[in-house]
Design a protein around this ligand. Structure first.
Ligand SMILES: [Zn+2]
Length: 242
């Protein structure tokens, strides 16, 4: 005798980067288990791999390439999956690091209720995807992928990180009537190109990298010890599972 197959509900969500509707299903017990194990391992590469694997499993629409989506779409899908699979509220613990009048840290612990359905996108509409460096030269930008962003966060000095983020935001370089796509140059060549820009030109690219869209969940909670009301901005979505 075979046991009955369980029907899993599906939901439509709209991708923030392009407005496309995709169908998702909640993740299953076995998927939550491997995700928990990955988070507990604290191995960044393993967490990235498992997160992408689960998103691949749970996105039913077949026109979605997890490897190519911008990182904030992945965050958004992950938040939606958490809400549909486990629930919309998560209780997180924090330690208050306010400095008291005697100069020591408060150290009070408090909990905050994070409401997943209350996620917001931070996006600067003044930032253009098309950056003009001089009369002939311009760069068409793109948003980096999830893998790239997570790898970069894990390593290197702030300056090296910034350069890597910027290089991964370059989609095409246009010089007069010549167009160079990422197929036309190596990573090293691109890095050399970026490092050879003037300060003024570099700042334009830096502004783009500093203003990438980002999801966050806002919450407030009061420290019982010093009575300070903390405004919490929650951005690390893999912490959902700790
Ligand atoms: Zn406090």
């Amino acid at each position: 005798m075979t046991l009955p197959k369980i029907d899993v509900p599906t939901y439509d969500i709209v991708l923030p980067s392009n407005g496309k509707t995709v169908k998702i299903r909640p993740f299953l017990v076995k998927e939550e288990k491997i995700l928990l194990m990955a988070v507990e391992s604290k191995d960044n590469e393993n967490i990235i791999k498992t997160t992408k694997q689960i998103i691949n499993n749970c996105v039913i629409s077949d026109n979605v390439d997890v490897e190519k989506l911008p990182f904030f779409d992945i965050d958004y899908i992950f938040i939606a999956l958490r809400a549909k699979s486990i629930g919309e509220n998560i209780e997180m613990s924090y330690t208050c690091n306010n400095v008291t009048p005697d100069g020591s840290k408060c150290g009070g612990t408090f909990k905050a209720e994070i409401d997943v359905s209350n996620c917001l996108i931070q996006k600067n509409d003044n930032i253009s995807m098309d950056i003009k460096l001089n009369d002939a030269l311009s760069i068409k930008m793109k948003y980096p992928t999830y893998t790239i962003m997570k790898e970069i966060m894990d390593s290197q000095s702030t300056f090296e990180k910034k350069i890597r983020v910027i290089c991964n935001c370059v989609d095409r370089i246009v010089n007069g009537d010549k167009v160079y796509t990422t197929k036309d140059f190596s990573k090293e060549e691109l890095k050399e190109f970026v490092e050879a820009l003037t300060q003024e030109q570099y700042k334009k690219l830096e502004e783009f990298a500093d203003n990438l869209p980002n999801f966050y969940i806002a919450a407030t909670s009061t420290c019982p010890k010093c009575k300070y009301e903390h405004n919490i901005k929650y951005t690390d979505f893999t912490r959902f599972f700790q």
